[in-house]
Write a protein that binds this ligand. Structure first.
Ligand code: F6P
Length: 580
């Protein structure tokens, strides 16, 4: 890991910044793009049955092992030649230079003039990285140490609430990256919660979320983590203020006494905005910081993971970070043709741009990963849902795959029909594990020894990838004696692509590896498209207009007319039904 230990400052750097200002930014004008376009009809005409028949070793060859992840990408509608062309596209768009620029701390988030350094959050203590004159690694570990000391006190019971009782529930109040990451990880790693502390998550400004979450909690044993990078997010600050009122009321303290010292025993903050935290009434000694170079959707491995650390402990959290780092090192050093995030990112882009696929479905065969698709939606879609490139020019091709999904077998009984027989191409990512987090015996199919419920789950995983790829022809169905009128309805076309990702077990490290695998795919796609994957200006206007419209909803006299007749009449209807 020599390169991680090397500090490079910007003066030494002679990388992609130069390339970016010098070359044609339109990726569709590149040679590789043209060649891929010409090549696509050839692949389109082939069925995966044929692809496997002419290249029988591809099921063994088109796999890659990274850390604990075994990744099979052979069931994709790509030939070896396709992959070579995709690697040429990556080279032509300077993917490796751009990747290195991220790891070195270049300000690749150009619209906000920021470095993008979530990878620094998982560097080991002995690594060195100076960015903009600052020793980033020691900053990261200083916060991790503070988080560890605090969560040790919580977990041991040394930290108590206002009445001297032990904290048993941590409620994280945040939204977007300040919620989805810790909520997903806490659920995925629930087996590692070993200190009698459980977590809950409140995000929505719909009061039902907070009210429902707090309904059966005891203020005396509840600690709130107010998680907000900016500490200015309306939803979070509104919920935090309501939670504080709930706490004070529950402890029999005057609700208006917001600076009461009881608050200090029950509220901590995670933020980059110390002043705003203090304004809210949380002592900055009880704030765990991070930095503007950590995007919200890339922050679960920063102090935003405090609630998770409270539940699973600092050692398991360190394993989680180590998992990310395994994939970071792989992404940074493996050649393109052996680089898992590069291969998977480019295959995603292949379907998105050359096949007209609009979405990718993520199917964990693990109930504990139920929130993974929701987490990935923010990671991928807030990152790559952009219409202008990083220079502000309109892109000339589609960007931003739409991510969606559900845990495996639930999906099978809901939307897999469309995956198997619908008219749309939906590439799928299957995620499964060899060892279960829970298992139960099931009666064996042959009346012998009881089998394993986990094997039953995984038999579905393997069956689905197989059926999607190879299907069942009309001849095969007719040969089974099926009524000829029904044959067409039963044909399984196959030729539907998927990636199979499989790991020994869902451990903290494996979860970190999986997240990093997707983070870097986002990077690969964004880099090839030439967009800035690290800003999110598209969410701002809605926030501003909501503030303005709130004032209109609350007006005591007639509502101010809106610019458009639809919003105007909707607001009038709403106010009427609110009795205003
Ligand atoms: O509105 C989008 C967003 O800015 C996300 O990028 C972010 O994760 C979320 O809001 C929450 O922001 P914050 O952590 O600053 O409260």
């Amino acid at each position: 890991m020599a390169s991680e230990r090397t500090s490079r400052n910007q003066a030494e750097y002679d990388g992609p910044g130069d390339h970016q200002s010098g070359h044609d930014h339109d990726v569709t004008g590149s040679t590789a793009w043209r060649e891929l376009s010409a090549h696509q009809p050839h692949v389109y005409a082939m069925h995966l049955r044929e692809v496997f028949a002419v290249d029988p070793e591809r099921g063994r060859d088109l796999t890659i092992d990274v850390g604990d992840l075994h990744i099979d990408y052979s069931k994709h509608r790509v030939l070896r030649e396709t992959l070579d062309l995709l690697f040429s596209l990556a080279r032509e768009t300077h993917l490796e230079d751009k990747r290195d620029a991220m790891f070195w701390g270049e300000h690749i988030n150009t619209s906000e003039d920021r470095a993008v350094l979530h990878t620094a959050l998982r560097l080991p203590r002995e690594a060195t990285l100076r960015v903009d004159g600052q020793d980033v690694v020691s900053d990261v570990h200083e916060v991790l140490d503070r988080m560890g000391a605090f969560t040790d006190r919580l977990r041991s019971g040394e930290w108590t609430g206002h009445t001297g009782e032990r904290i048993t529930t941590v409620v994280n109040i945040g939204i977007g990256g300040s919620d989805l990451g810790p909520a997903m990880v806490y659920q995925a790693l629930r087996h590692y919660a070993d200190a009698g502390i459980s977590c809950r998550f409140v995000s929505n400004v719909d009061p039902a979320d907070l009210v429902g979450t707090l309904a059966d909690l005891d203020p005396a044993t509840t600690l709130f983590v107010i998680a907000s990078k900016t500490f200015s997010t309306l939803e979070t600050l509104t919920n935090a203020a309501a939670a504080r009122a709930w706490l004070l009321r529950g402890l029999g303290i005057d609700e208006s006494d917001t600076k009461n010292f009881a608050v200090a025993k029950h509220f901590v903050a995670v933020s980059t905005a110390a002043e705003k935290v203090a304004d809210f009434g949380i002592d900055t000694d009880q704030m765990f910081g991070f930095w503007d170079w950590v995007g919200g959707r890339y922050s679960v491995d920063s102090a935003i993971g405090l609630s998770v650390m409270a539940a699973i402990g600092k050692e398991a959290f360190a394993d989680f970070l180590h998992g990310f780092n395994i994939v970071d090192r792989h992404f940074r050093s493996a050649p393109l043709h052996q680089n898992a995030p590069v291969i998977l990112g480019l295959i995603g882009l292949w379907y998105n741009n050359f096949w007209g696929a609009q979405s990718r479905v993520v199917l964990p065969y693990s109930n504990d990963m139920a929130r993974f698709a929701a987490y990935l939606q923010q990671l991928t879609m807030e990152s790559n849902g952009k219409s202008v490139d990083s220079h502000g020019h309109h892109v000339t091709t589609d960007t931003g795959e739409i991510f969606w999904g559900e845990p495996g077998t639930n999906g099978q009984h809901a939307f897999y029909q469309l995956l198997h027989q619908g008219t749309r191409l939906v590439p799928a990512d299957f995620i499964g594990f060899a060892s279960p987090t829970d298992d139960l015996p099931v009666a064996s199919s042959d009346g012998g020894e009881p089998g394993s419920m986990h094997d039953l789950l995984m038999s579905n995983y393997f069956a689905q990838t197989k059926v999607l790829a190879f299907g069942k022809t009309a001849d095969e169905i007719a040969a089974e004696g099926v009524d000829p009128h029904v044959v067409a309805h039963k044909v399984m076309p196959g030729n539907r692509p998927s990636t199979s990702i499989i790991a020994p077990e869902l451990t903290p490290s494996v979860l970190g590896q999986l997240i990093a695998l997707y983070e870097h795919q986002v990077f690969v796609e964004g880099a090839v498209w030439g967009i800035n994957s690290f800003d999110q200006w598209g969410v701002e206007l809605g926030k501003t207009q909501a503030k303005e419209l709130l004032a209109v909803l609350e007006q005591s006299d007639a509502p101010a007319p809106q610019d458009d007749s639809s919003t105007d009449s909707l607001i009038r209807w709403y106010r009427e039904h609110r009795g205003r």
